[in-house]
Design a protein around this ligand. Structure first.
Ligand SMILES: [Zn+2]
Length: 185
């Protein structure tokens, strides 16, 4: 890679992230206005992940299994990879320690809550779509009502992710011509 003279490596990493975030935010509005709710949710998740990465808010967990294997991972696991490899069977594991966590519990709780709301709204939307025509209620909400709930849940997450970004000292300029300069770090 060619040596860049206009910025230090640290700054480069910062600009890379800012550019990435900006690109992702650029995808939010078209998806939201087109009604591509899954796409919208996905992009918000990508932004959130990038923000966690920016702040080193990565959770490292240490697990142990019944056979005494111990391993650490950045992802949540449900089984021991060594046992799976050795025996092909799933063996129960236990989380014994969080080695590092930099994200506040509240942030994670809010994020998980918002994500669950979206999932629930989407599920009831699917149920409403499958409801046979002419079938009376049976506790299933109307498709319109579900769509609105889904939209509202996504909007809440959208707003929260923007606020979260602001708290990290990253924010979007209101108007801009050049996408690479649209965000300030
Ligand atoms: Zn094991």
């Amino acid at each position: 890679m060619a040596k860049k003279t206009y910025a230090s490596p640290d700054k480069d990493a910062g600009w890379g992230l800012i550019y990435r975030l900006n690109n992702l935010w650029g995808q939010v509005d078209p998806k939201a206005t087109k009604g591509d709710y899954d796409g919208w949710n996905f992009v918000l998740d990508r932004i959130y992940c990038n923000l966690l990465y920016a702040n080193d808010m990565v959770i490292k967990r240490i697990y142990t299994c019944g056979r005494g294997h111990k391993f650490s991972t950045f992802n949540k696991k449900k089984e021991c990879p060594t046992c799976r490899k050795d025996t092909g069977n799933k063996s129960a594991i236990q989380l014994i320690k969080i080695e590092s966590i930099d994200l506040s519990d509240e942030d994670e709780m809010i994020y998980n809550f918002l994500t669950k709301q979206i999932r629930d709204a989407n599920n009831s939307k699917i149920k409403a779509t499958r409801k046979p025509k002419g079938d009376s209620d049976k506790g299933i909400k109307s498709l319109e009502e579900c769509k609105e709930k889904h939209y509202r849940a996504l909007m809440m997450k959208d707003i929260w992710v923007r606020k979260f970004m602001q708290e990290l000292g990253l924010y979007l300029k209101v108007s801009h011509g050049d996408p690479s300069s649209a965000m300030l770090g």
